[in-house]
Design a protein around this ligand. Structure first.
Ligand SMILES: [Zn+2]
Length: 249
């Protein structure tokens, strides 16, 4: 048993590996993002493949990783099943959260709080009927805070004056600007009134969910704002494929 690891995890991604095996990317509460090979799981006589589904939470028993860093799955127990009948927009939004978590390189001692963050996010989204994307943005606020790169929604990043409603942001820092600074910096990104309003109420967006009908253009603007911000902070482009859903017709 000493060569084995027991850990709780959320299944993020799953793909066929060989004819009988499946390679999974899981976010573990102790290991963070981890590759797990489920050998023989697609064999017809075993036929357990359908029990491993994306966004479900499992307790896994794993072997120590091989040289390639891949753990071998020994046993698994389902802890909680994620609903598969969510509206499509919610489903892609939930996926976007999982995708964001999968992109982060986290120190071991910080993994548990990110695990809690994604678990709470996934749970909350189960109950959201409309505007799931706004809950994703609130989740990003939380995650950026945990990462030590909080977005300041209350002050202009240039003159520090307090901002009542977000008007736009600086291209080089991705941080919010007041109206006055926005006009003085010609390259800045300007929010539509709706995008500005939504960003300003994000910390309490849960109270407004049922009263909003967020336009596609707003979704694109706010997504760009969040992704540009983290990309600038990390000096590398962070893209989330799941968000493509909101660009299509
Ligand atoms: Zn300013």
């Amino acid at each position: 048993m000493s060569n084995q690891i027991k850990t709780n995890c959320i299944l993020i991604k799953k793909q066929p590996y060989t004819e009988s095996s499946v390679l999974m990317q899981v976010f573990s509460d102790t290991l963070g993002m981890t590759s797990v090979l489920a050998k023989g799981i697609r064999k017809t006589n075993e036929h357990k493949d359908f029990l491993l589904n994306v966004l479900n939470e499992y307790e896994l028993v794993l072997s120590q990783p091989s040289q390639s860093g891949i753990h071998i799955l020994k046993e698994f127990t389902l802890i909680s099943e994620y609903p598969t009948d969510l509206p499509l927009a919610t489903w892609f939004t939930v996926q976007a959260g999982a995708e964001m978590i999968s992109k982060l390189i986290l120190p071991v001692d910080e993994i548990p709080q990110f695990y809690l963050g994604i678990s709470q996010y996934l749970n909350y989204q189960k109950t959201v009927k409309t505007n799931a994307i706004a809950i994703f943005w609130r989740f990003l606020l939380h995650i950026y805070k945990l990462l030590g790169i909080p977005i300041n929604l209350s002050n202009c990043s240039n003159c520090q004056k307090s901002i009542e409603k977000a008007s736009g942001y600086a291209p080089d820092t991705g941080q919010l600007l007041c109206n006055k600074c926005l006009k003085e910096l010609p390259e800045s990104f300007v929010f539509s009134p709706e995008a500005g309003y939504i960003i300003s109420i994000l910390p309490v967006i849960g109270n407004y969910l049922n009263d909003l009908e967020i336009q596609k253009e707003t979704i694109a603007q706010v997504n760009n704002f969040f992704l540009r911000y983290i990309s600038l902070q990390f000096h590398k482009e962070i893209k989330l494929n799941s968000l493509q859903f909101f660009l299509s017709e």
